[in-house]
Design a protein around this ligand. Structure first.
Ligand SMILES: [Zn+2]
Length: 416
C-alpha cells in the first residue's frame, strides 16, 4: 500500500486545538521541568526517567538545535526569549485555532488575547469551578455572607452574561468541569439545595482562597452549569482519566457519568471527555459509541498525547477508535505554560494518527481515501463542528495568517 498521500495530509493539515491553557513568561515561578511531567515536589526526582520525558526532551532539543538536556533547553529559552521560542514552536505546530481554559492558575500567565500572536483564532473555555471560586473569593458587595441562593444567582448571571457576549463576539466556546479532581464523576443528579447549602457553609468556613471541593457543592455547580450550557448550546469539556497530583483516578472513570448522561433534563447537553480518559480509553469509546444512547458524548485525546510512551499514545487512540464513531474523536494539545507543550502535542499527534490510520488501512478497517478524510476530521473538522467554530474560522488559516479580530473585553480576562 502506498501511504505517501496519507503522510502528506497528516503532515500538512492545520490543527484546531480544542483544549489548552495559557502560556507563561520565562520569569514565571512555574518550573520548566513541568513541561514534561505532571509531577511536583519529591516526585520530580523520578520524572526524568520516564519514556515520555526522555523522548519529549529529545524532540525539543532537536527543534532548537541545542544540547539534549534540561539545562541545554533552558539555556536556549533564556537566550532566545519567549516571543522567539513561541514563534519557533507554533510555526512548526501549525495550529490555526486554540481554545484556552484559563481557569488553570499559573504564575504570571499571559492573557488569552496575547496568544493571538501565534495562532489566528483564539477562544475561551470557562472552567466553571474556577468561576464559582472567584465569585466566592470576591464576596458580596454589601459584605454580608453568602447563602446558596445569593451565590447561585451571581454564578448563573455571570455565566449568562458571558454568554450574551458569545453571540455578540464569539468569545466563549464552551464550559469545562474539573469535578473529577474535586469529588469525582459520580455526580449526584438529585443533590438537594440543602445538601449544597451545607457544602457551601463548609467550604466558606475553610477560608480564602476558596476551594469548592465539597461533593454536594461541586455536583450542584456542575448541574447548574449543564442547564446553562444546554440553554446556549455550548459544549462542556469534562476532565476524565489521569491528571496531576491530588486526583483520585478511580473516580475519574467516565463510566461514573452514567446518571448525568441518562438524565432527561440534560439530554441535549454536548460533552467531550478529555485526555482520552486514559487509562479508561475503552470505557470512553463505549460511552461515545452507537451501542449506547449517549449520542451527546465526544472524545478528545489531548494530554494522552504527548504525555505517554509511544506505545501508550498509539494504544489509547486505537482504543478510543474501537467503538466510537470517527466523527466524535478530536485532537487537542492540552498545551499549558510552555509553547513547547503545544509543539509536542501537535508533532506527536501527527505521528500517532499517521501510525493509527496506516494500521487501520493495513487491517482493512479503512481505505486510504477514508483514512485521509478521518485525518481532516480528527485534526480540525470535528472540533470546528463541535465548538461551532466553522463560521468564526472562515478565512482564518495559517496560510493567510491574518489574526481574526476577537472582541476580548474586560469580562474575559482574569476578572471573573
Ligand atoms: Zn487541560
Amino acid at each position: 500500500m502506498d501511504f505517501s498521500e496519507l503522510r502528506t495530509v497528516v503532515e500538512e493539515v492545520e490543527l484546531v486545538d480544542g483544549h489548552a491553557h495559557n502560556i507563561v513568561p520565562l520569569d514565571s515561578t512555574f518550573p520548566f521541568i513541568r513541561a514534561f511531567t505532571g509531577a511536583s515536589g519529591d516526585a520530580l526526582t523520578f520524572s526524568p526517567h520516564s519514556l515520555s520525558f526522555k523522548r519529549n526532551l529529545k524532540d525539543i532539543a532537536e527543534l532548537y538545535g541545542c544540547e539534549s538536556t534540561l539545562q541545554g533547553v533552558e539555556e536556549y529559552r533564556r537566550v532566545n526569549g519567549i516571543q522567539s521560542i513561541c514563534s519557533t514552536c507554533f510555526k512548526s505546530a501549525r495550529i490555526s485555532t486554540i481554545l484556552i481554559d484559563d481557569g488553570f492558575e499559573l504564575d504570571k500567565k499571559h492573557y488569552i488575547e496575547w496568544h493571538k500572536n501565534f495562532s489566528p483564532l483564539v477562544g475561551r473555555i470557562l472552567r466553571v469551578e474556577r468561576v464559582a471560586e472567584q465569585i466566592l473569593d470576591e464576596g458580596l458587595p454589601d459584605g454580608s455572607s453568602w447563602t446558596l441562593d445569593s451565590f447561585i444567582e451571581v454564578f448563573v448571571s455571570k455565566l449568562k452574561l458571558l454568554n450574551i457576549n458569545v453571540t455578540a463576539a464569539g468569545e466563549i466556546y464552551g464550559f469545562k468541569s474539573i469535578a473529577a479532581y474535586y469529588s469525582g464523576l459520580e455526580i449526584n443528579t438529585n443533590v438537594t439545595k440543602n445538601d449544597a447549602e451545607e457544602g457551601l457553609t463548609q467550604v466558606l468556613a475553610s477560608g480564602k482562597p476558596v476551594c469548592v471541593a465539597n461533593k454536594n457543592l461541586v455536583d450542584y455547580i456542575f448541574l447548574q452549569s449543564l442547564e446553562i450550557a444546554q440553554f446556549y448550546d455550548l459544549p462542556v469539556q469534562i476532565h476524565t482519566g489521569f491528571g496531576d497530583k491530588g486526583l483520585d483516578m478511580r473516580l475519574s472513570n467516565p463510566l461514573h457519568l452514567r446518571a448525568v448522561l441518562e438524565d432527561k433534563r440534560y439530554s441535549k447537553c454536548r460533552f467531550v471527555l478529555l485526555h482520552a480518559s486514559y487509562p479508561f480509553s475503552r470505557e470512553a469509546s463505549y460511552l461515545a459509541s452507537n451501542k449506547t444512547v449517549f449520542l451527546q458524548v465526544y472524545l478528545d485525546f489531548g494530554l494522552a498525547i504527548p504525555k505517554l510512551s509511544v506505545h501508550g499514545m498509539i494504544s489509547s487512540v486505537k482504543e478510543l477508535l474501537e467503538l466510537a464513531p470517527l466523527n466524535k474523536v478530536m485532537f487537542s494539545t492540552d498545551g499549558y505554560a510552555f509553547p513547547e507543550t503545544f509543539y509536542l502535542g501537535a508533532k506527536k499527534s501527527r505521528e500517532v494518527i499517521f501510525s493509527v490510520m496506516r494500521d487501520a488501512c493495513i487491517d482493512g478497517d479503512l481505505s486510504i481515501p477514508e483514512a485521509v478524510e478521518v485525518v481532516h476530521d480528527m485534526f480540525a473538522r470535528n472540533a470546528l463542528h463541535f465548538y461551532k467554530l466553522s463560521s468564526a474560522n472562515n478565512d482564518v488559516s495559517l496560510s493567510n495568517n491574518l489574526p481574526q479580530k476577537l472582541n476580548i473585553n474586560s469580562l474575559v480576562t482574569n476578572e471573573l
